[in-house]
Design a protein. Structure first.
Length: 256
């Protein structure tokens, strides 16, 4: 009898231990983690990339879009209409509304329209030209919110290999940034009137039709030149050889 009770107690104890062990093992199983809804990609930036972003934020509002309108007569109705003949870029030179661009951007225009970053249009008047250096200055009635003039650098201190940034409106795509380096200094190009322009900056920053008149900047965001021409044997766009009028040339010409 005692043996049976002992066996019974032993059996009950064994069952209790098995039950406790089963509960403990079951409680230790954790639910699977929820599936991730999106792949998180770490943000990787470089000092050079951050520099590009910062300069574009600071300089692009002061880069303007310029439309050259010319009068044309309809051959059927003989009505005279003003139509866009070309476009280019420019940049704010002073708080009084003076804007610097290339002479060939505004040449032969019956009217000129300057479009600011806020997409507001302003009629502009040509107040000075230097065709021999492909420089022109236009003026608008400066609004209260006219972007600040861009700071000026010193093109005499440039070195080959120095980083440059070009901002402009290639093919009508407003405020486009391209980057490169100073490829050579002291180049000569031919101006629209056939005069040789000396001391020109050569760069591999892509410059395309519509970039003309836009600023060429150094890594501090200072204007070191004005984008003016490209070498393109097939007229298909940039092949990595662009030219800019040095800012010191613009400084010298503007007071005249």
């Amino acid at each position: 009898m005692i043996r049976c009770i002992g066996l019974a107690l032993a059996a009950l104890t064994t069952l209790a231990l098995l039950a406790a062990g089963g509960c403990k093992e079951k409680a230790a199983v954790a639910p699977p983690p929820p599936p991730s809804s999106a792949l998180v990609v770490p943000r990787i930036t470089s000092t050079d990339e951050d520099n590009n972003i910062e300069i574009f934020k600071q300089a692009s509002p002061s880069t303007v879009f310029i439309t050259n309108n010319q009068l044309r007569q309809d051959l059927l109705t003989l009505n005279v209409m003003e139509i866009p003949q070309g476009s280019g870029s420019g940049f704010v030179w002073s708080e009084q509304g003076y804007i610097v661009t290339n002479h060939h951007v505004v040449e032969a225009a019956s009217s000129i329209v300057v479009t600011l970053e806020n997409q507001k249009n302003y009629e502009a008047k040509v107040v000075g030209v230097a065709p021999g250096n492909d420089i022109a200055v236009v003026k608008i009635d400066a609004p209260a919110d006219l972007p600040k003039p861009l700071p000026l650098g010193d093109s005499n201190r440039l070195q080959v290999g120095q980083k440059v940034l070009a901002i402009g409106n290639p093919f009508g795509l407003d405020r486009t940034l391209t980057t490169g380096v100073v490829s050579a200094l002291g180049r000569e190009i031919e101006s629209p009137i056939g005069r040789r322009v000396r001391g020109v900056i050569q760069t591999d920053a892509p410059i395309n039709p519509g970039n003309s008149g836009g600023p060429l900047l150094d890594s501090h965001g200072r204007v070191i030149g004005m984008n003016t021409a490209i070498l393109s044997p097939s007229d298909t766009g940039s092949i990595g050889i662009g030219f800019a009028v040095p800012v010191n040339t613009i400084r010298r010409v503007l007071p005249q």
